[in-house]
Design a protein around this ligand. Structure first.
Ligand SMILES: CCCCCCCCCCCCCC(=O)SCCNC(=O)CCNC(=O)[C@H](O)C(C)(C)COP(=O)(O)OP(=O)(O)OC[C@H]1O[C@@H](n2cnc3c(N)ncnc32)[C@H](O)[C@@H]1OP(=O)(O)O
Length: 213
């Protein structure tokens, strides 16, 4: 069995990742945004059973139309001119991924990975608050981006979370991550989510390990 590094390289090499031009990305991102709105509407709808059945069939027909021509792999990672990390299909902030929370990560000149975002009810755990696993996923991504921006990317080997207070949804949040230190193949990164009152809701520390093989 080969290691994670070789496996990832193989996937990347096998991907004839048609570089989408800006226009194509914008068009698909708009589609993904409409699907996000659809997702939220599904959770909130009170329309009757007949209408639900009719909409179900319409959605199935749209899925069939989109599937008429499929890429084998989703489009590749890139970094925008403004430092914005563009992993187009990422489950965190991927503009082409309709289940991704809208978390656009920008790497600042001092290496801090930062995002400002608002989470809706789709990401709810306890009533009124963000699901802890969603916070963990967002922080893992931010931590990983900070490690990559430091020139020391890796796989998450450890992720420690401290949930200090509930993270509210429906209000602006900030998350940031910064590399603390590196030791050989290990990179240690700190991150947090900050609520609208400026108080930290979740803290995280992670260790990333660059796979050898
Ligand atoms: C700029 C472009 C931007 C692109 C941005 C994209 C950003 C994307 C962001 C995505 C973000 C999301 C990211 C994701 O979602 S990553 C997905 C979640 N993570 C994984 O699936 C990782 C799975 N594990 C592995 O692949 C391997 O185990 C790794 C690679 C981690 C290590 O396997 P490897 O065979 O290479 O390592 P080694 O065994 O020789 O050990 C080496 C050293 O490390 C120490 N160690 C290892 N593991 C642990 C552990 N768990 N706790 C404590 N220590 C551990 C070990 O003791 C040793 O230390 P020492 O004895 O030398 O002192």
């Amino acid at each position: 069995m080969t290691g994670a590094g070789a496996a990832m390289r193989r996937v990347l090499e096998s991907r004839e990742r048609a570089s989408l031009n800006g226009e194509q990305v914008a068009a698909l991102a708009e589609l993904a945004q409409r699907v996000r709105e659809l997702n939220e509407a599904v959770v909130h709808t009170e329309v009757g059973a007949d209408e639900v059945a009719a909409i179900r069939d319409e959605v199935a027909a749209l899925t069939a139309r989109l599937s008429a021509a499929r890429r084998e792999h989703p489009p590749l990672v890139g970094v925008g001119e403004d430092g914005t990390v563009r992993h187009l299909a990422s489950p965190v902030g991927g503009v082409l991924n309709p289940i991704a929370p809208p978390v656009a990560i920008v790497v600042q000149p001092d290496g801090t990975a930062r995002a400002e975002f608002t989470l809706n009810v789709l990401y709810e755990g306890p009533p009124g608050f963000v699901h802890g696993g969603v916070s963990a996923m967002i922080l893992d991504q931010l931590l990983g981006v900070a490690a990559s921006a430091n020139g020391t990317p890796g796989m998450t080997a450890t992720l420690d979370l401290r949930y200090r207070r509930p993270t509210p949804h429906g209000v602006p949040l900030v998350a940031e991550a910064k590399v603390d230190r590196t030791e050989g193949r290990k990179t240690f990164v700190d991150a947090r989510i900050i609520g609208p009152d400026g108080r930290t809701t979740v803290e995280a520390t992670a260790m990333f390990v660059m796979p050898l093989r």
